[in-house]
Design a protein around this ligand. Structure first.
Ligand code: SF4
Length: 102
């Protein structure tokens, strides 16, 4: 069984969540109460904290959201092309969160 597990993991394909239709933008109120932070979440509930709560990530880190063999992965198109464009337009920092506040 151990050998089977290592064989499966060596064949696992790296999946960029950013190219999955379940990777969604959302906003979260700042702790200061002034404005919002732009975050990303997995709409299929695959991103969890150790205690089981949903884990949200800063939008600027979405390129780092990588999983292997996700049963819910639904690509939005050609991954290489999409990631290339995202990398070009993604903010380096989430330093304009106030744009969602009114
Ligand atoms: S469903 Fe899977 S591939 Fe899609 S965003 Fe969630 S964890 Fe990533």
């Amino acid at each position: 069984m151990g050998k089977t597990g290592s064989t499966v993991s060596s064949r696992a394909k790296k999946i960029h969540c950013a190219n999955c239709k379940h990777c969604k933008l959302t906003s979260e109120a700042k702790e200061s109460g002034t404005g919002y932070d732009i975050k990303v979440r997995c709409a299929r509930g695959q991103w969890r904290k150790k205690m089981g709560d949903e884990k949200l990530y800063r939008f600027s880190t979405v390129m780092r959201r990588i999983v292997y063999d996700c049963e819910y992965y639904e690509p939005m198109g050609d991954e290489a092309e999409f990631l290339k464009e995202l990398k070009r337009t993604l903010p380096v920092h989430d330093d304009n969160p106030g744009s969602l506040s009114n």
